[in-house]
Design a binder for this molecule. Structure first.
Ligand SMILES: [Zn+2]
Length: 70
């Protein structure tokens, strides 16, 4: 696998994933990822992206009741 950004070599590693949503920020510290040894670009595989999406959906559902509207 090559970096789409600089064509550098990618290696398996762990990277943080952070998302800002309406009302909260979610940060996962050690998600398995591909990291470019040259420019540091991070790629998450579809499997990891799907897992993260499920976490976000669950948090959205659970925080619905907690957040004041208006
Ligand atoms: Zn790169």
């Amino acid at each position: 696998m090559k970096c789409m950004h600089c064509q550098g070599k990618m290696k398996r590693g762990k990277a943080p994933f952070e998302i800002g949503k309406n009302g909260y920020r979610l940060r996962l510290e050690r998600i398995p990822a591909w990291i470019c040894t040259q420019c540091g670009e991070i790629y998450f595989e579809q499997n990891e992206v799907d897992s993260i999406q499920r976490v976000i959906q669950a948090v959205d559902r659970q925080t619905e009741h907690l957040q004041a509207t208006g």
